[in-house]
Design a protein around this ligand. Sequence first.
Ligand code: CAA
Length: 283
Amino acid sequence: MNIAKIAVLGSGTMGSGIAQVAAQSGYEIVLIDVEKSLVDRAITGIGKALQKAVDKGKMTAEDKEQVLARMKGSITYDDCKEVDLVIEAIIENMDIKKDVYKKLDELCPVHTILASNTSSLSITEMAAATKRADKIVGMHFFNPAQVMKLVEVIPGLDTSQETLTVVTELSKKMGKVPVNAKESPGFIVNRILVPMINEAVIALGEGIGTKEEIDTAMKLGAGMPMGPLALADLVGIDVVLAVAEVFHKEFADSKYRPALLLKQMVRAGHLGLKTGRGFYNYK
Ligand code: CAA
């Protein structure tokens, strides 16, 4: 099956990053969100990122224009009627996702694959909202999607081998390295990374080190490119908490209990880079 046209649902950090990478890889993209202002902001952001690449001599101005010409913004799911693949990167809420998958199933051509960028939710449960469980798959990118090489490819219970092959090949064409992961909360990376970030937040709460000390220690002592608290700010503290809560619920094991400080940060609206304040200040 040949993928030519892709819809990306959700124009947040992940959706816009994925849309940019896909457009740079030659695919025709429609980036869809619920409000025009959100879509416009994302496309403006992508334009600026591409301009930076031009300024650095990594892309020609002509290439930049061609990438942007392959991208269109939209606020209607009707634009999914002509795509070969949908990459869903909306809010991590299963009820909302199920509504979206049901709607996509009704709108999209029979051959269209529906891929979710979920960090930790069940692909099988999303697939159950559709009549095309064989074409539902996890395609999990990492933040920043423009830079991080990995894509986790996750089958649900009824995902076909053909769907897995298409998404694996597409990931390669997007310059990524696909790794298969079984369907299990958090798949591979988040299963290991999120408990580590949670532990860093607990250590901070216990006063074992300041945020700078914890991050410096993990950078210089464990070879991380950025410390776990700075990484939580990059990923979004709400996203980290949402994944931690899925683990706590699904595994029913107290070792996955989210740090109180993580909950407090989310309740206060300090979500990291995207709100200008998290463990660090960005304003
Ligand atoms: N968007 C686009 N490009 C970005 C970027 C962003 N947000 N951040 C950095 N870059 C680019 C820079 O432009 C630069 O590009 P060039 O080489 O072309 O100049 C390159 O990345 C390197 O950036 P910097 O020199 O500014 O900084 P760095 O070398 O420290 O790298 C980093 C920044 C890539 C973010 C690095 O610190 C890193 O790898 N951090 C860890 C990120 C990580 O672990 N991500 C996974 C999070 S978990 C997740 O996403 C899963 C989930 O479901 C929650």
